[in-house]
Ligand binder design. Structure first.
Ligand SMILES: Nc1ncnc2c1ncn2[C@@H]1O[C@H](COP(=O)(O)OP(=O)(O)O)[C@@H](O)[C@H]1O
Ligand SMILES: [Mg+2]
Length: 404
């Protein structure tokens, strides 16, 4: 009974609150598609010009789009190809766009799944497993060629796909045009990984990169404009204090100009203000939002670490009880081996552990710097990058999953 009263109380308080914060919170979520895209005219013009020949039945060049996260690559690509598809409906040259987010597990675990997804997008449902790959390619080929048209395949976060299934499928896809009679395909590959292209087979590299477009990070002013525009739809009038948008923009600009981060900061700041029952969103809420987002990110990445890497992190945490910023790979390895024994895990070599430490460095949970030991060679000095409360939480997660 008591708890029911409280729930009722919370809801009533929410409804009767005199100054609600959000007019429409959805506008600040990553699913929301804004109707105007700011500060990307150059990129939009370039990509649109490359794709335009498809409106007269010509095969556009393949495009490789790259740039750091949150620079608008997905938004811009979807926006242009949506328009293209719409305009093609008014003319005589059909265009079909197939968008695949390669980060989605069910789609890009295997070549089979990817091809099945492409078939599905063309209207051919196939069973989730079991058919020979040749058969799937044949189905895809027939589906493509069943109509006279240009098919544009967007492989977003293509690096995730290549990491799992190699780049052979890309070779196959780029060659398929030579055999198609009615249709032609063109590929748009998108990645956040600036070094991705270097790992591709040279033949694949040159065909995927017929054209390439780099998305630069946004600067603080540009992020400011993006936030300003969204906030108009997201918040009630006069709810945001003047310093809020500049602060979110500045923080996200420091973080490599990531528009997603900027929008997240603004949204979470609003949520926190709402939960604290404050009438205005202020700088204080942005600081809290920043803390919360960082916290969530560390927790999420800790949970998703592979088991071996978890043991490595666990060992670093153990060492950090004694010293904070001078942990060496050799020491980590000793504790790592002991822990593996304890939980019945086969220990990897010290060299592999060194690689795993580099991977942890990339998550931002630790800092690992290579330093010289003079004539004794080089070593890596590891520093834990977590404050006490986060550290405790990370430890708890690791302890929970590192058992026999
Ligand atoms: N120029 C822009 N104008 C408005 N919103 C943008 C702009 N660029 C990015 N966004 C928004 O920022 C978020 C991240 O953009 P996204 O296209 O997903 O980045 P990327 O694919 O490069 O990681 C999305 O919510 C998107 O709507
Ligand atoms: Mg993207």
């Amino acid at each position: 009974m008591e708890s029911q009263k409280t729930i009722k109380h919370i809801f009533q308080e929410y409804i009767s609150k005199s100054t609600p914060i959000f007019k429409n919170r959805e506008v600040l979520t990553s699913e929301f598609i804004p109707e105007t895209i700011q500060h990307r005219n150059k990129e939009i013009n370039t990509i649109a010009s490359i794709l335009a020949p498809s409106l007269k039945g010509g095969r556009p060049s393949n495009i490789f789009i790259y740039g750091l996260t949150g620079t608008g690559k997905t938004l811009v690509s979807k926006h242009i190809t949506d328009e293209l598809e719409k305009i093609s409906k008014q003319g005589n040259y059909p265009i079909k766009v197939l968008y695949v987010n390669c980060k989605m597990k069910k789609i890009s675990d295997t070549e089979y799944r990817l091809m099945a997804e492409l078939c599905r997008l063309l209207g051919y449902e196939l069973p989730a497993t079991g058919l020979p790959t040749d058969y799937i390619y044949q189905t895809f080929f027939n589906a493509l060629d069943s109509e006279k048209r240009i098919v544009i395949i967007i492989l977003d976060e293509i690096d995730a796909l290549v990491e799992k299934i190699g780049d052979e499928f890309l070779y196959n896809l780029t060659r398929i045009n030579q055999e198609l009679k009615n249709s032609k395909i063109s590929i748009i590959g998108i990645t956040n990984d600036l070094h991705f292209i270097e790992i591709l087979d040279p033949r694949v590299k040159s065909s995927l990169r017929e054209e390439e477009v780099l998305f630069f990070p946004y600067n603080a002013t540009q992020l400011h404009d993006i936030l300003k525009h969204r906030s108009y739809y997201a918040f009630y009038d006069n709810v945001l204090s003047d310093e809020v948008i500049p602060k979110c923009a500045a923080l996200a600009a420091q973080e490599h100009g990531d528009a997603r981060r900027a929008l997240d900061l603004l949204r979470v700041a609003g949520e926190i203000a709402e939960r604290m029952n404050d009438d205005k969103v202020t700088e204080k809420h942005v600081d809290l939002a920043q803390e919360k987002i960082d916290y969530d990110r560390v927790i999420e990445s800790t949970k998703s670490l592979p088991k071996q890497t978890k043991v490595v992190l666990w060992s670093i945490l153990e060492l950090s009880n004694e010293k904070n910023d001078d942990i060496q790979t050799g020491e980590v390895y000793d504790i790592y081996q002991r822990k593996c024994k304890e939980i019945g895990l086969f220990p990897l070599t010290q060299r592999r552990i060194s690689d795993l430490i580099s991977e942890l460095d990339m998550t931002g949970i630790i800092n690992a710097k290579v330093t010289s030991l003079g004539r004794y060679g080089r070593t890596r000095v590891i520093m834990l990058n977590l404050n006490e409360s986060v550290k405790e939480k990370v430890k708890a997660i690791l302890n929970e999953s590192l058992v026999i």
